[in-house]
Design a binder for this molecule. Structure first.
Ligand SMILES: [Zn+2]
Length: 138
């Protein structure tokens, strides 16, 4: 295990990791090169880091032994199908019930109804049993 690293060595090793992921700016890359030229410990560390990273990236991906679908997603499929069937069933039942109901009778308008409507529209509302306007009582 290494002793406590200096701030420059810690920063250089962080930059080395970023450089392997192509996430290092050109300025930081220059600082890393300058540090590695002066610090043998970090140069050795970065060489090992590059080697391990290269081996990991070159290794074939292991195939999973079983499908990697979360259990929650698998268990939600059945209720979703049931919910869709319930919706379709309810819509079909509503359509059948609506077709069985008799059609409403057309509204009839009588001459008396037309006259009463015109009378109520022309007069302001009054107190019950009086001719006093409703607004004056309030
Ligand atoms: Zn160093």
């Amino acid at each position: 295990m290494d002793a406590v690293l200096s701030a420059e060595c810690e920063r250089a090793r962080g930059w080395a990791s970023l450089a392997l992921d192509c996430e290092l700016s050109e300025l930081e890359r220059g600082h890393l090169r300058a540090h590695l030229a002066e610090c043998a410990a970090c140069a050795t560390f970065v060489a090992g880091l590059r080697e391990v990273t290269h081996e990991l990236r070159a290794a074939p991906l292991p195939a999973p032994s079983r499908p990697l679908v979360p259990r929650r997603m698998r268990s939600r499929r059945v209720p979703l199908v049931l919910a869709l069937l319930a919706i379709v069933g309810a819509a079909a039942a509503g359509g059948v019930a609506g077709s069985l109901r008799p059609a409403p009778a057309p509204a009839r308008v009588t001459a008396t109804g037309v006259r009463l409507t015109a009378l109520f529209r022309s007069q302001p509302p009054t107190m019950p049993g009086t001719r006093l306007p409703l607004r004056a009582a309030v």
